[in-house]
Design a protein around this ligand. Structure first.
Ligand SMILES: Nc1ncnc2c1ncn2[C@@H]1O[C@H](COP(=O)(O)OP(=O)(O)O)[C@@H](O)[C@H]1O
Ligand SMILES: [Mg+2]
Length: 266
């Protein structure tokens, strides 16, 4: 069974979708198979937006019995990465989707899809509504992107509460993979101060060491729904997501080491 990671935050526009796409692409370069799940019912804003043809059917279609799980997986040409879209969610279907999230059907579907992949990254909708909570219930960890300008201690604390609540009610093993600072402008004093404040308030592991720069290339890549590595001029930003992939992997490894301490190597 692979690792399911949800990218979530209370706020929209903080880089969740960009992170799911670029971190997913970066992780996939190591092999082992990566699946990116567009879990935002406003799919017009999601990863699937420019891949409409390929991801016409998605999670919603399986939940409504219009497609099989196998039919909604879209592999990329290189075979290292695959995508699952949300599918068409008519306003009238939103209630069914939320109900499927609450009953566990949505989570069970994601688990089933994730079984064949080393990593599954879920791009969650903004907020901590039933859909996000349904994804958290089947995730091993969660990444919380925040922008430095709205990086308030309150935002982080309130999301940590959601994680604690999920642990108590549905998923005792859920971990915070880390808080990821996105759209960081190192030349902007306020951005630097905001990060320092967080570092001095929370335990050292809460923030990822890696920060994602504010970068036009990344914005363009994200608008075109392609990973930044595939867009000339966006290498700098792409590199930051590769660094994040390494950090995510090493954090997971350190967690396993802690779990296995005392157990011999052979
Ligand atoms: N590091 C970045 N630098 C510049 N623009 C970015 C960066 N990350 C995301 N964006 C842009 O910010 C907007 C919001 O990002 P998005 O990933 O869609 O956020 P969310 O999924 O949280 O709503 C998009 O227009 C995207 O292109
Ligand atoms: Mg999004």
């Amino acid at each position: 069974m692979g690792t399911i990671v949800t990218v979530a935050s209370q706020k929209g526009g903080v880089g969740k979708t960009t992170t799911a796409l670029n971190l997913g692409y970066s992780l996939s370069r190591f092999g082992g198979g990566v699946l990116i799940v567009d879990g935002d019912p406003q799919a017009s804003l999601g990863i699937a937006s420019n891949l409409k043809q390929q991801t016409k059917v998605g999670l919603m279609d399986v939940l409504l019995g219009r497609a099989t799980p196998e039919e909604i997986v879209v592999p990329t040409r290189d075979g290292l990465l695959a995508l699952v879209g949300m599918g068409r969610v008519d306003p009238a279907d939103l209630g069914s989707l939320e109900e499927a999230a609450r009953s566990g059907a949505l989570g069970a579907l994601v688990r089933r899809l994730a079984a064949g992949y080393g990593y599954t990254l879920i791009d969650a909708p903004a907020g901590a509504g039933s859909i996000t909570v349904g994804f958290l219930a089947v995730s091993e960890s969660v990444i919380l992107p925040v922008q430095p300008r709205t990086l308030s201690l309150k935002t982080i604390s309130s999301f940590l509460k959601v994680i604690h609540w999920t642990r108590r009610t549905s998923n005792p093993d859920l971990r915070l993979s880390g808080v990821l600072v996105t759209m960081f402008d190192a030349a902007r004093r306020a951005d630097v101060v905001a990060i320092e404040e967080v570092r001095s308030t929370f335990p050292p592991d809460v923030l990822f060491r890696t920060t994602i720069p504010l970068d036009d290339g990344l914005e363009e890549a994200s608008v075109r729904a392609v990973p930044a590595w595939l867009l000339p001029g966006a290498e700098h930003a792409a590199r930051s997501y590769m660094e994040l992939a390494l950090e995510v992997k090493s954090r997971a490894f350190e967690g396993e080491l802690q779990d296995a301490s005392g157990v011999g190597l052979f």
